[in-house]
Design a protein around this ligand. Sequence first.
Ligand SMILES: Nc1ncnc2c1ncn2[C@@H]1O[C@H](COP(=O)(O)OP(=O)(O)OP(=O)(O)O)[C@@H](O)[C@H]1O
Ligand SMILES: [Mg+2]
Length: 359
Amino acid sequence: MKSDSDHTETERNPSGSTSKVGRGNAGNATKLALGRGLDVGTANLVSGAQDVDGNVLIKIQRNAFIDIERDDYTRNMLTRLNVQYVVIENRMVVVGDPAFELANIFNRETRRPMKDGFISPKEADAMPIEKLLLENLLGAPTQENEVCYFSVPAEPIDAERNVVYHQGVFAGLLKKLGYNPKPLVEGHAVVFAELAEDDFTGIGISCGGGMFNICVSYKSIPALTFSTSRAGDWIDRNVANVLGIKASRATAIKEKGVDIRKPRNREEEAVEIYYRNLISYTLENIKTRFESAEGMPQFPEPISIVFSGGTSLVGGFIDVCKDEFENIKFPIPVKEIRLADDPLYSVAKGCLVAALSEA
Ligand SMILES: Nc1ncnc2c1ncn2[C@@H]1O[C@H](COP(=O)(O)OP(=O)(O)OP(=O)(O)O)[C@@H](O)[C@H]1O
Ligand SMILES: [Mg+2]
Protein backbone atom coordinates (compact mmCIF):
# COMPACT_ATOMS: atom_id res chain seq x y z
CA MET A 1 0.00 0.00 0.00
CA LYS A 2 1.52 3.31 -0.96
CA SER A 3 0.24 6.84 -0.81
CA ASP A 4 1.41 9.13 -3.56
CA SER A 5 1.04 12.49 -1.98
CA ASP A 6 4.04 14.14 -3.63
CA HIS A 7 1.75 16.49 -5.39
CA THR A 8 -1.54 17.45 -3.82
CA GLU A 9 -3.95 19.91 -5.38
CA THR A 10 -6.73 21.23 -3.26
CA GLU A 11 -9.87 23.07 -4.00
CA ARG A 12 -12.39 24.62 -1.67
CA ASN A 13 -15.75 25.49 -3.12
CA PRO A 14 -15.24 23.57 -6.39
CA SER A 15 -18.37 24.82 -8.07
CA GLY A 16 -20.17 26.36 -5.13
CA SER A 17 -23.11 24.83 -6.81
CA THR A 18 -25.70 22.16 -6.48
CA SER A 19 -27.04 22.72 -9.94
CA LYS A 20 -23.79 22.68 -11.86
CA VAL A 21 -22.60 19.24 -10.94
CA GLY A 22 -20.04 18.46 -13.56
CA ARG A 23 -18.20 21.77 -13.68
CA GLY A 24 -15.01 21.47 -11.68
CA ASN A 25 -16.09 18.26 -10.08
CA ALA A 26 -13.78 15.36 -9.52
CA GLY A 27 -15.40 13.09 -12.08
CA ASN A 28 -15.13 15.09 -15.24
CA ALA A 29 -12.19 17.45 -15.49
CA THR A 30 -9.23 15.08 -15.26
CA LYS A 31 -8.65 11.44 -16.05
CA LEU A 32 -8.72 9.72 -12.71
CA ALA A 33 -7.41 6.45 -11.36
CA LEU A 34 -10.14 4.14 -10.05
CA GLY A 35 -10.96 4.48 -6.34
CA ARG A 36 -12.10 7.46 -4.26
CA GLY A 37 -11.76 8.57 -0.67
CA LEU A 38 -14.28 10.57 1.35
CA ASP A 39 -13.87 12.05 4.81
CA VAL A 40 -17.33 12.42 6.35
CA GLY A 41 -16.79 15.02 9.07
CA THR A 42 -18.97 17.03 11.42
CA ALA A 43 -17.36 20.26 10.23
CA ASN A 44 -15.98 19.41 6.78
CA LEU A 45 -16.58 16.93 3.99
CA VAL A 46 -13.39 16.16 2.06
CA SER A 47 -12.98 14.07 -1.08
CA GLY A 48 -9.78 12.57 -2.45
CA ALA A 49 -9.03 11.26 -5.93
CA GLN A 50 -5.84 10.52 -7.82
CA ASP A 51 -5.23 11.37 -11.45
CA VAL A 52 -3.45 9.01 -13.82
CA ASP A 53 -0.15 10.88 -13.25
CA GLY A 54 -0.32 10.17 -9.51
CA ASN A 55 -1.36 13.67 -8.37
CA VAL A 56 -3.74 13.64 -5.42
CA LEU A 57 -6.77 15.91 -5.90
CA ILE A 58 -8.52 17.08 -2.74
CA LYS A 59 -11.79 18.97 -2.45
CA ILE A 60 -13.24 20.32 0.75
CA GLN A 61 -16.60 21.84 1.68
CA ARG A 62 -18.17 22.85 4.97
CA ASN A 63 -20.72 20.27 6.03
CA ALA A 64 -23.40 22.91 6.39
CA PHE A 65 -26.33 24.51 4.63
CA ILE A 66 -28.73 27.37 5.00
CA ASP A 67 -32.32 27.64 3.82
CA ILE A 68 -33.94 30.94 3.05
CA GLU A 69 -37.52 31.98 2.35
CA ARG A 70 -38.14 31.96 -1.41
CA ASP A 71 -38.88 35.48 -2.61
CA ASP A 72 -37.77 37.80 -5.41
CA TYR A 73 -35.58 39.92 -3.18
CA THR A 74 -33.53 36.91 -1.98
CA ARG A 75 -33.37 35.38 -5.45
CA ASN A 76 -31.99 38.63 -6.88
CA MET A 77 -29.51 38.92 -4.08
CA LEU A 78 -28.20 35.39 -4.56
CA THR A 79 -27.92 35.96 -8.29
CA ARG A 80 -26.05 39.21 -7.70
CA LEU A 81 -23.66 37.47 -5.31
CA ASN A 82 -23.29 34.63 -7.81
CA VAL A 83 -24.33 32.07 -5.20
CA GLN A 84 -25.92 28.87 -6.53
CA TYR A 85 -28.98 27.48 -4.82
CA VAL A 86 -31.56 24.76 -5.20
CA VAL A 87 -35.23 25.03 -4.35
CA ILE A 88 -36.51 22.40 -1.95
CA GLU A 89 -40.08 22.56 -0.67
CA ASN A 90 -40.37 26.18 -1.66
CA ARG A 91 -37.25 27.26 0.20
CA MET A 92 -33.96 28.31 -1.35
CA VAL A 93 -31.15 26.13 -0.10
CA VAL A 94 -27.46 26.99 -0.31
CA VAL A 95 -24.95 24.30 0.67
CA GLY A 96 -21.29 24.09 1.67
CA ASP A 97 -18.90 27.05 1.92
CA PRO A 98 -21.28 29.62 0.41
CA ALA A 99 -23.80 28.74 3.15
CA PHE A 100 -21.23 29.82 5.70
CA GLU A 101 -20.66 33.15 3.98
CA LEU A 102 -24.40 33.75 3.68
CA ALA A 103 -24.95 32.96 7.33
CA ASN A 104 -22.65 35.88 8.13
CA ILE A 105 -24.50 38.20 5.78
CA PHE A 106 -27.90 37.22 7.25
CA ASN A 107 -26.52 37.10 10.79
CA ARG A 108 -27.83 33.57 11.18
CA GLU A 109 -26.29 30.22 12.08
CA THR A 110 -25.84 27.59 9.37
CA ARG A 111 -27.68 24.30 9.77
CA ARG A 112 -25.40 21.31 10.29
CA PRO A 113 -26.41 17.81 9.13
CA MET A 114 -24.00 16.24 11.64
CA LYS A 115 -23.31 16.69 15.34
CA ASP A 116 -20.55 15.11 17.46
CA GLY A 117 -19.38 12.86 14.63
CA PHE A 118 -22.78 11.42 13.69
CA ILE A 119 -25.89 12.36 11.73
CA SER A 120 -27.63 14.94 13.85
CA PRO A 121 -30.96 13.71 15.21
CA LYS A 122 -32.24 17.27 14.73
CA GLU A 123 -31.35 17.32 11.03
CA ALA A 124 -32.26 13.80 9.93
CA ASP A 125 -34.31 15.23 7.04
CA ALA A 126 -31.22 17.03 5.75
CA MET A 127 -29.92 13.89 4.04
CA PRO A 128 -31.05 14.95 0.53
CA ILE A 129 -28.90 18.04 1.11
CA GLU A 130 -25.99 15.88 2.22
CA LYS A 131 -26.37 13.99 -1.05
CA LEU A 132 -26.02 17.25 -3.00
CA LEU A 133 -22.83 18.07 -1.13
CA LEU A 134 -21.37 14.64 -1.86
CA GLU A 135 -22.36 14.99 -5.50
CA ASN A 136 -20.48 18.30 -5.70
CA LEU A 137 -17.36 16.83 -4.13
CA LEU A 138 -17.19 13.44 -5.79
CA GLY A 139 -19.05 13.84 -9.06
CA ALA A 140 -20.08 10.71 -10.89
CA PRO A 141 -17.88 7.62 -10.61
CA THR A 142 -15.48 7.00 -13.49
CA GLN A 143 -16.89 3.51 -13.60
CA GLU A 144 -20.21 2.26 -12.24
CA ASN A 145 -19.69 0.74 -8.80
CA GLU A 146 -16.27 2.33 -8.29
CA VAL A 147 -14.94 1.75 -4.78
CA CYS A 148 -15.27 4.72 -2.43
CA TYR A 149 -13.90 4.37 1.08
CA PHE A 150 -15.62 6.74 3.51
CA SER A 151 -14.64 7.53 7.08
CA VAL A 152 -16.78 6.50 10.05
CA PRO A 153 -16.16 7.16 13.73
CA ALA A 154 -14.90 4.35 15.93
CA GLU A 155 -17.27 3.44 18.78
CA PRO A 156 -17.23 6.31 21.27
CA ILE A 157 -16.08 5.55 24.82
CA ASP A 158 -17.90 8.46 26.43
CA ALA A 159 -21.22 8.69 24.59
CA GLU A 160 -24.20 6.42 24.11
CA ARG A 161 -23.98 6.22 20.34
CA ASN A 162 -23.20 3.56 17.81
CA VAL A 163 -22.17 3.91 14.22
CA VAL A 164 -24.65 1.47 12.63
CA TYR A 165 -27.28 3.98 11.49
CA HIS A 166 -24.81 6.70 10.53
CA GLN A 167 -22.72 4.28 8.47
CA GLY A 168 -25.80 2.82 6.79
CA VAL A 169 -27.12 6.22 5.74
CA PHE A 170 -23.84 7.36 4.18
CA ALA A 171 -23.35 4.01 2.45
CA GLY A 172 -26.86 4.48 0.99
CA LEU A 173 -26.08 7.99 -0.27
CA LEU A 174 -22.87 6.83 -1.96
CA LYS A 175 -24.67 3.90 -3.57
CA LYS A 176 -27.23 6.31 -5.01
CA LEU A 177 -24.34 8.23 -6.59
CA GLY A 178 -23.12 5.02 -8.26
CA TYR A 179 -20.26 4.11 -5.90
CA ASN A 180 -19.46 0.91 -4.07
CA PRO A 181 -19.19 2.31 -0.53
CA LYS A 182 -16.78 0.85 2.02
CA PRO A 183 -16.45 2.20 5.57
CA LEU A 184 -13.05 2.92 7.11
CA VAL A 185 -12.57 3.86 10.75
CA GLU A 186 -11.30 7.44 10.84
CA GLY A 187 -8.17 6.82 12.94
CA HIS A 188 -7.22 3.93 10.65
CA ALA A 189 -7.42 6.30 7.68
CA VAL A 190 -4.88 8.57 9.41
CA VAL A 191 -2.55 5.57 9.78
CA PHE A 192 -2.88 4.82 6.03
CA ALA A 193 -2.19 8.43 5.10
CA GLU A 194 0.65 9.23 7.49
CA LEU A 195 2.48 6.09 8.60
CA ALA A 196 3.51 4.42 5.32
CA GLU A 197 7.21 4.84 6.17
CA ASP A 198 6.64 3.07 9.49
CA ASP A 199 5.04 0.08 7.77
CA PHE A 200 1.66 1.37 9.00
CA THR A 201 2.65 0.79 12.62
CA GLY A 202 1.97 3.52 15.17
CA ILE A 203 -0.86 5.69 16.45
CA GLY A 204 -3.03 7.86 14.17
CA ILE A 205 -5.26 10.47 15.78
CA SER A 206 -7.83 12.62 14.01
CA CYS A 207 -8.72 15.71 16.02
CA GLY A 208 -12.00 16.87 14.52
CA GLY A 209 -14.85 19.19 15.30
CA GLY A 210 -17.16 16.64 16.89
CA MET A 211 -14.79 13.87 17.98
CA PHE A 212 -11.26 12.67 18.41
CA ASN A 213 -10.66 9.34 16.64
CA ILE A 214 -7.76 7.16 17.72
CA CYS A 215 -6.23 4.09 16.09
CA VAL A 216 -3.29 2.06 17.40
CA SER A 217 -2.08 0.05 14.43
CA TYR A 218 0.39 -2.78 14.03
CA LYS A 219 1.52 -3.43 10.45
CA SER A 220 -1.67 -1.84 9.10
CA ILE A 221 -3.98 -3.92 11.35
CA PRO A 222 -5.87 -1.87 13.94
CA ALA A 223 -5.09 -3.21 17.43
CA LEU A 224 -7.21 -0.59 19.21
CA THR A 225 -9.67 1.97 17.87
CA PHE A 226 -11.99 4.28 19.76
CA SER A 227 -13.38 7.78 19.66
CA THR A 228 -14.12 10.40 22.28
CA SER A 229 -16.76 13.06 22.01
CA ARG A 230 -14.57 15.91 23.20
CA ALA A 231 -13.13 17.84 20.25
CA GLY A 232 -13.14 21.29 18.63
CA ASP A 233 -16.82 21.97 19.29
CA TRP A 234 -16.36 20.92 22.92
CA ILE A 235 -13.59 23.52 23.30
CA ASP A 236 -15.82 26.18 21.72
CA ARG A 237 -18.82 25.37 23.96
CA ASN A 238 -16.73 25.45 27.11
CA VAL A 239 -14.80 28.59 26.21
CA ALA A 240 -18.12 30.26 25.36
CA ASN A 241 -19.59 29.20 28.70
CA VAL A 242 -16.80 30.49 30.87
CA LEU A 243 -16.46 33.75 28.96
CA GLY A 244 -20.19 34.34 28.52
CA ILE A 245 -19.92 34.62 24.72
CA LYS A 246 -21.51 32.79 21.77
CA ALA A 247 -19.93 29.52 20.65
CA SER A 248 -19.37 30.95 17.15
CA ARG A 249 -17.37 33.80 18.69
CA ALA A 250 -15.29 31.26 20.63
CA THR A 251 -14.63 29.39 17.36
CA ALA A 252 -13.44 32.59 15.72
CA ILE A 253 -11.07 33.38 18.62
CA LYS A 254 -9.67 29.84 18.55
CA GLU A 255 -9.15 29.72 14.78
CA LYS A 256 -7.60 33.18 14.42
CA GLY A 257 -4.03 32.62 15.42
CA VAL A 258 -4.03 31.56 19.09
CA ASP A 259 -0.77 30.02 20.22
CA ILE A 260 -1.68 27.77 23.13
CA ARG A 261 1.88 28.00 24.49
CA LYS A 262 1.57 31.77 24.84
CA PRO A 263 -1.98 32.95 25.47
CA ARG A 264 -2.13 36.77 25.31
CA ASN A 265 -5.37 37.45 27.15
CA ARG A 266 -8.14 35.90 29.20
CA GLU A 267 -9.94 34.54 26.12
CA GLU A 268 -6.85 32.82 24.75
CA GLU A 269 -6.12 31.48 28.24
CA ALA A 270 -9.51 29.79 28.26
CA VAL A 271 -8.71 28.21 24.87
CA GLU A 272 -5.37 27.00 26.22
CA ILE A 273 -6.91 25.49 29.37
CA TYR A 274 -9.46 23.46 27.42
CA TYR A 275 -6.91 22.38 24.81
CA ARG A 276 -4.55 21.07 27.50
CA ASN A 277 -7.38 19.24 29.18
CA LEU A 278 -8.49 17.70 25.90
CA ILE A 279 -4.98 16.53 24.95
CA SER A 280 -4.26 14.97 28.33
CA TYR A 281 -7.72 13.33 28.33
CA THR A 282 -6.92 11.78 24.95
CA LEU A 283 -3.46 10.50 25.93
CA GLU A 284 -4.77 9.16 29.26
CA ASN A 285 -7.52 7.30 27.45
CA ILE A 286 -5.06 5.70 25.02
CA LYS A 287 -2.95 4.59 27.96
CA THR A 288 -5.88 3.13 29.94
CA ARG A 289 -7.45 1.41 26.94
CA PHE A 290 -4.13 0.01 25.81
CA GLU A 291 -3.36 -1.38 29.26
CA SER A 292 -6.79 -2.93 29.74
CA ALA A 293 -7.27 -4.38 26.24
CA GLU A 294 -6.49 -8.02 25.69
CA GLY A 295 -4.23 -9.42 22.98
CA MET A 296 -2.32 -6.20 22.33
CA PRO A 297 0.65 -6.71 20.00
CA GLN A 298 4.17 -6.14 21.30
CA PHE A 299 5.77 -3.12 19.71
CA PRO A 300 9.45 -4.05 19.42
CA GLU A 301 10.47 -0.62 18.06
CA PRO A 302 9.45 2.80 19.39
CA ILE A 303 6.47 4.13 17.43
CA SER A 304 5.28 7.48 16.08
CA ILE A 305 2.11 9.26 17.15
CA VAL A 306 0.64 11.40 14.36
CA PHE A 307 -2.02 14.04 14.97
CA SER A 308 -4.29 15.32 12.20
CA GLY A 309 -7.63 17.14 11.82
CA GLY A 310 -8.67 20.78 12.10
CA THR A 311 -8.32 20.91 15.88
CA SER A 312 -4.60 20.12 15.55
CA LEU A 313 -4.08 23.34 13.54
CA VAL A 314 -3.94 25.67 16.54
CA GLY A 315 -0.53 27.24 17.19
CA GLY A 316 1.69 25.23 19.55
CA PHE A 317 -0.48 22.10 19.38
CA ILE A 318 2.34 19.56 19.06
CA ASP A 319 4.44 21.23 21.77
CA VAL A 320 1.55 20.99 24.19
CA CYS A 321 1.02 17.34 23.19
CA LYS A 322 4.68 16.71 24.02
CA ASP A 323 4.31 18.53 27.38
CA GLU A 324 1.26 16.51 28.33
CA PHE A 325 2.90 13.29 27.13
CA GLU A 326 5.74 13.89 29.62
CA ASN A 327 3.18 13.94 32.43
CA ILE A 328 1.96 10.39 31.90
CA LYS A 329 3.67 7.05 31.87
CA PHE A 330 2.82 5.89 28.37
CA PRO A 331 2.73 2.10 27.91
CA ILE A 332 4.48 2.00 24.50
CA PRO A 333 7.92 3.45 23.67
CA VAL A 334 7.42 6.49 21.44
CA LYS A 335 10.06 7.89 19.09
CA GLU A 336 8.17 10.85 17.72
CA ILE A 337 5.04 12.95 18.20
CA ARG A 338 4.22 14.93 15.08
CA LEU A 339 1.63 16.72 13.02
CA ALA A 340 0.34 15.27 9.73
CA ASP A 341 1.60 16.95 6.55
CA ASP A 342 -1.85 18.34 5.67
CA PRO A 343 -3.89 17.86 8.84
CA LEU A 344 -7.26 18.69 7.22
CA TYR A 345 -6.80 16.23 4.37
CA SER A 346 -5.29 13.20 6.16
CA VAL A 347 -8.49 11.23 6.54
CA ALA A 348 -9.57 11.73 2.92
CA LYS A 349 -6.08 10.74 1.76
CA GLY A 350 -6.13 7.61 3.94
CA CYS A 351 -9.52 6.61 2.52
CA LEU A 352 -8.08 7.19 -0.95
CA VAL A 353 -5.05 5.00 -0.20
CA ALA A 354 -7.39 2.19 0.87
CA ALA A 355 -9.54 2.62 -2.26
CA LEU A 356 -6.62 2.75 -4.71
CA SER A 357 -5.02 -0.34 -3.22
CA GLU A 358 -8.26 -2.22 -3.68
CA ALA A 359 -9.28 -0.85 -7.07
N1 LIG B 1 -6.71 27.14 12.58
C1 LIG B 1 -7.43 26.44 13.44
N2 LIG B 1 -7.12 26.42 14.76
C2 LIG B 1 -7.84 25.70 15.63
N3 LIG B 1 -8.91 24.96 15.30
C3 LIG B 1 -9.25 24.94 14.01
C4 LIG B 1 -8.55 25.65 13.01
N4 LIG B 1 -9.16 25.44 11.81
C5 LIG B 1 -10.19 24.61 12.05
N5 LIG B 1 -10.26 24.31 13.37
C6 LIG B 1 -11.24 23.46 14.05
O1 LIG B 1 -11.20 22.17 13.49
C7 LIG B 1 -12.45 21.53 13.66
C8 LIG B 1 -12.84 20.87 12.35
O2 LIG B 1 -11.85 19.93 12.04
P1 LIG B 1 -12.10 18.76 11.00
O3 LIG B 1 -12.46 19.31 9.67
O4 LIG B 1 -10.91 17.85 11.08
O5 LIG B 1 -13.37 18.06 11.66
P2 LIG B 1 -14.36 17.01 11.04
O6 LIG B 1 -13.57 15.92 10.42
O7 LIG B 1 -15.31 17.71 10.15
O8 LIG B 1 -15.13 16.51 12.34
P3 LIG B 1 -15.25 15.06 13.01
O9 LIG B 1 -14.13 14.21 12.51
O10 LIG B 1 -15.16 15.32 14.47
O11 LIG B 1 -16.59 14.56 12.61
C9 LIG B 1 -13.43 22.62 14.11
O12 LIG B 1 -13.67 22.48 15.50
C10 LIG B 1 -12.67 23.90 13.82
O13 LIG B 1 -13.02 24.96 14.72
MG1 LIG C 1 -12.85 14.12 11.04
